[in-house]
Design a protein. Sequence first.
Lengths: 113, 115
Amino acid sequence: TQLLEQSPQFLSIQEGENLTVYCNSSSVFSSLQWYRQEPGEGPVLLVTVVTGGEVKKLKRLTFQFGDARKDSSLHITAAQPGDTGLYLCAGDSRYSSASKIIFGSGTRLSIRP
Amino acid sequence: DTGVSQDPRHKITKRGQNVTFRCDPISEHNRLYWYRQTLGQGPEFLTYFQNEAQLEKSRLLSDRFSAERPKGSFSTLEIQRTEQGDSAMYLCASSFSGQGTGELFFGEGSRLTVL
C-alpha cells in the first residue's frame, strides 16, 4: 500500500512569516503534484514535479521533489491570508501495474492577518 | 467546455437507500477518477477509468459501491444500502493520459449525508 504522509497536519502562522510543508513516502513516484483546496470546492493543481531534485517556483511558492522521488516539500515565503487553504500532495504511481494518483492527508494552513 | 461537472451537488438520504452520482468530465479527457473525502482529510482513491475500462478499484471499497463509464464519457457512482459512514464528499476528476504526468482536474464534488 502506498502512503503519502504530510506534515504538519495543521499550521497557523502570522502574515509575513515563512513556512514549509512536507510530503513523505516510502514509495517511488513518477511525479508528485501539489494541489490547493478551498472549502466546498475540488482541489486545484498548483504544480507538478517530475525529475528527482527538481525545484519549481510559483511566485512565493517553491516546490521541490526529492532526489529519490519519494518526498517533496512546499515552501511559502512571506505568507499572506490568501494562502489559507488545504494543501495536498499527490503521487502518480506510474511505476506500478496500475497507474493511479493517491493523495496525502493534507496540511491545513491558516494565515492570520 | 467549462470543466468537470458533478450532479447532484448535495444529497441527503436515509440509511438503507441507494444513491447515484453523475460526473461529466472534460470532453477530451480519457481518464476519470472517483475519490471520497471526509472533513479535513485528503481525497481517498475509490476507482478510475481509462475510456470505458475500469482499471482499478480500491480494496477499501465494499461491494455496495459500483461505478460505470459506459461510453467512455460520463460516469456514475452508485452506493447501495447507504450507511452513515458513507457520509462524505465524493469527488470526480478527469485527466488526459497522453500528457504523461496525470494532472487531475476536479469537479466541485457531491456531498452525501446519510441520516
